[in-house]
Design a protein around this ligand. Sequence first.
Ligand code: AMP
Ligand code: GLY
Length: 454
Amino acid sequence: MKILLIGSGGREHAIAWRLAQSKLVDEIICVPGNGGTAKEEKCRNINPADCEYTETLTGNDAIVQVAAFEQVDFAVVGPEDPLCSGIADQLWSCGIPVVGPKQAGAMLEGSKDTAKDFMQKYGVACAASKTFTDAASATAYIKEHGAPVVVKADGLAAGKGVVVAATVEQALGAVNDFMNDKKLGNAGTKLVIEDYLQGVEISILAAVSVTPKLAAQNQACILPFVPARDHKRLNDGAKGPNTGGMGAVAPLSDVTPEQMAMFKKDILEPTLKGLAAENYDYRGFIFFGLMLCKDSVKLLEYNVRLGDPETQAVLPLMDFDFAELCGAIIDKDESGALKAFEPKMQWKKGFQCAPVAVSGGYPGSYKKGFEISLKGNGNLGKNTKVFIAGAVEQNRKSANLVTSGGRVLAVSAFGATFEEAFKNAYDGMKDVDFNGMFYRKDIGLPGAAESGEL
Ligand code: AMP
Ligand code: GLY
C-alpha cells in the first residue's frame, strides 16, 4: 500500500513513523515532509514545487497532482489549512480516498462562528457566546457583559486569534486589533465573544467515520483516543507567552471516569448526531479541546485534525495498526468499518511523555540553520523516539539536520508509570543538542497544566 501524507510538522513525522510500522504499508510519500520523515523508514519526501509534472500548479492543486502521479491508495491530511480549503473534496473527486474531512465539515475548525452554531444547534456543552460583525456592537456587548471574557476571531489565525481578557480594556483592545486594525486580516472580520470558563484543559483526539450512507445505517462513528494534554505556555508552571505547544503527555491520571462519561454524553454523542444531521462526509480525525470545569466538561473548540504535539504522545501508545485504522475511517464501501474496529483499538498500558525542544528566542524571533546533534538518528533506545518538527536535511550528502523552525523536535518516551516516561523523555533530551536549544522541564507534572487562570 502506498500512502500520501500531507504536512511538514512533528505531528506528520509521528504519523509517518506509525504508518511505516504497518505490514500493510510499502511506501509513504510525505508532501513536503521534513528532516525527520526524510530519514524515516519507507518514507520519501516530495516537494510539489520541485516536480516537473506539477507544472504551474500550486497549493492543493499541486498536492493532488502528486497524489495522482504517484497513484497512492489513499491520503492522510495532517494540518487544517488544506482541509479548510477543500483538499479532501478534490482528492475524492479524483478517486483518491482521504483521511480528513471534506470542506463543509472542516469549517468546524475554519470558522469559530460555524463551530459555535453547530455546538448550540446540537446541544454540545460549551460556553455561552455571541457573534459580531461590527466593532460597535461588540464593544457595547463587552461593556455590558464585563470581564473576564474571551474574544475569538472567526477565521483561521494560527493560534493567534483568541484573547482571554481579564479586563474590559483588554477585551476592547482585542476587538480593536481584530476588527479595526485588521491584525489577522479577514480572519477577524467576524468575532465570537464567549463567556470565560475556569478549569483545566485537556485534548481528546478521535477517529471519525460519518457519511450520509453510514448515518442512514446507524453506522456513523467517533472513536476517542486516550486523553492527552498539551502545554502551551513557554515556561515551567504554565507561565510565559503562548506557543504552538511545548510538550504533551498521555494518558491523564487526573481525568476521572465521571468526567469521561460527561465528555461522551455531553460532547461526543451530540457531535456525532450533528455531523450526521448536517449530512457531512467527515472521515478523518477530530480534536476536542476541552475544559474540565468544576462540575462539568465543556468544549472549547473543535480541530478537524490530530493535535500537535498531542499526536507525538498519543500515537506511540497505540497497540493497533494505524494504517488499518486509516482504512477503517475511509471505509470504502461505507459498511461500518470504524465501528467494527472498536475492539481492536487497544492502548499500551503505560504513559508517554513528549517534551518539545525549541529554538532560542521562540515564540519571538529566532535564528535558524543550527546543526542538530542527535544520537542514534533520533531512535534513542526501545522506549524513546525523537520526532522532528522544524528541522531539515543540511544537504543530501550530509546525515545531519539543521533547525528550520521555532519548535524543532519532541523527545517522546514511554514508561510503565508516568515517572518512568518522564525520566526516559528527559534522559533522551540529554542526547539532543543544538545552539540555543530550550525546553520546559515539567511536561506532565502536577502544576504544569494550563488552568485558564488569569
Ligand atoms: P480555542 O482556539 O478556541 O481553543 O482557544 C485557544 C485557547 O484559549 C484555549 O486553549 C484556552 O486556553 C483559551 N480559551 C478559549 N476559550 C476559552 C473560554 N471560554 N474560557 C477560558 N479560556 C478559553
Ligand atoms: N495542540 C493544539 C493543537 O494542535 O491545536
